[in-house]
Design a protein around this ligand. Sequence first.
Ligand code: ATP
Ligand code: MN
Ligand code: MN
Length: 297
Amino acid sequence: DAVQTATPDGKGAKVAGITISNPDRMVFPGDGVAKLEVAKYYERVGELMLPFVANRPLALLRAPSGITGELFFQKSFTTHVPEGVHQAKLPDGDDIFFVKDVKGLVSLAQFSAIEFHPWGSSLKNVEKPDFLTWDLDPEESVPWNEVLGAALLLRDYLRERGLEPVVKTSGGKGLHIMLHLKPKHDWSVMKPFAKSVASAVADFNPARFTVTSSKSKRTGKIYIDWMRNGRGATCVAPWCLRARPGATVSMPINWDQLPELAKSGFTIHEPAEQPKEWRDVGPQTVKISLLRELGVL
Ligand code: ATP
Ligand code: MN
Ligand code: MN
């Protein structure tokens, strides 16, 4: 396949209209995954990812020498801007960049990006989140079943309040629960909302959960990390590869897949499907009455 798509000079390979240089260079040396395979992965899942990554401020985790080399977290461009990547200045003066299409994602993969970390708000409405994320971070000793249970508890808390979240693996140690919203309230409202939800769930079992990032208070517990929900905060996108051994993926799943979900999760080799719940979930609104009840309005 690589030969088939090689450019006439034999140095690169074309993916989604982008010439991939050094296509055979190892990105995940322990897994035998080369740069061309990473680019092709993003070509394959790009359309599914776009609602979560296009036209919103992005951060990248880049691995120019593969994941065993130095990793760079990048939030802006100063000099060379890759093809299909656009820059903008937000009203407050923040310089951000974004992509509009799959070509932009593949172009960033060519630029050695492995992970895409979008904001929870889009450029059209950058002060008003359209995705909230609760990031379940289990400390090492926490049994995986408890992580699954925590996700269900959080889901049920939201469901009982008329909200329908979706779940994905983080591709690392935990799970991410996302809530798709109409961009209605500012970050200044939705961040405390996210915190209140995390606290309410943690209160069900304070021996097992914490909402404090302090490592010393996390021993044996699951940290319900609500801090992703601020202006400028980011979270790895659904279907995104992780720059970690195993070439793991932050994989969206249906809630009924959760009970049999293995701790090891999914990798680049799994077929990337769109779970029904992720296809069907529409933007929702948190009722004013709930915001009042939680004391955030
Ligand atoms: P895990 O399951 O291992 O917790 P995760 O995706 O939830 O995986 P991290 O990858 O550790 O957690 O990301 C933590 C947060 O920090 C995310 O909001 C991410 O966007 C951001 N981030 C990741 N790497 C960097 C970095 N090098 N510098 C600044 N922020 C980062
Ligand atoms: Mn996490
Ligand atoms: Mn976290």
